[in-house]
Design a protein around this ligand. Sequence first.
Ligand SMILES: Nc1nc(=O)c2c([nH]1)NC[C@@H]1CN(c3ccc(C(=O)N[C@@H](CCC(=O)O)C(=O)O)cc3)CN21
Ligand SMILES: CC(C)C(=O)C(=O)O
Ligand SMILES: [Mg+2]
Length: 270
Amino acid sequence: MSQTPKRVRVHHLREAKTRGERLTMLTAYDAVTARIFDDAGVDMMLVGDSIGNTMHGHATTLPVTVDDLIPPARAVARARQRAFVVVDLPFGSYEAGAEQALGTAVRMMKETGVDAVKLEGGRRVVPQIRALTDAGIPVVGHLGYTPQSENLFGGPRVQGRGDVAAERLSEDAVAIVEAGAVAVVLEMVPAPLAARITEIVAVPTIGIGAGAQCDGQVLVWVDMAGMTDWSPRFAKRFGEVGAALRSAAAAYVDEVRGGTFPDAAHQFDA
Ligand SMILES: Nc1nc(=O)c2c([nH]1)NC[C@@H]1CN(c3ccc(C(=O)N[C@@H](CCC(=O)O)C(=O)O)cc3)CN21
Ligand SMILES: CC(C)C(=O)C(=O)O
Ligand SMILES: [Mg+2]
């Protein structure tokens, strides 16, 4: 008899950090993959705005809307048995201020069943994080290279190099944690700086291209599984699922064309 595993809840994140247990996070955009990742023991699933450049065929995350993210977030939350589910607040849905962020986040919570929302930025989003936290909505922060600001950064670049930038990034981390962030994603941050931020904040840091000293790691699942021709340097391919899928589809095409599928086992008698 299979038992439903105990759900990862917000307080488990801080407990994992205290115990020195590393947290694992992957993106998920649908129920099929969410079930597989949950079953594999992934602690947290992110319905990321990376759905834009992965599943929706955009070049970046910028065109992604709240309406784009709600159905996938609902599917992942529904499929989840154990993992903590987070949805990104997409570009343009929270920057204007606490009121806009609250409207977006409340809608996400009401319509999807996720556990938390994630938004990008440091001190500039402190009022938003405070308002959501006050409303009972857990917020995950995101610092370093924040892809929604790629036009300002001039592309994907490591953030926090040099003493001044490192100090600014550390202060941003402290500020968003003080505002209520329950975890902080650190993207493309020099490993020693990510290690220092990990030491000074009480909530878990989740790294992506931020070294091994973070409290957890996150990857975009299509990068992790080897579904694409190219992925960022920090993303290791842990499988060749793209090649496996291509070969399954090619075998299907061959058998249909050759008349060997469907066979007796896959059709119905009169
Ligand atoms: N598939 C995918 N994987 C990701 O990790 C990811 C997304 N999509 N979309 C949202 C953001 C955007 N990210 C990106 C996108 C591009 C690079 C990139 O082009 N990196 C180059 C240069 C890095 C450097 O300056 O050293 C690389 O060669 O890795 C990195 C992170 C990370 N996130
Ligand atoms: C890269 C991760 C952290 C993310 O924000 C996303 O997948 O959208
Ligand atoms: Mg994102």
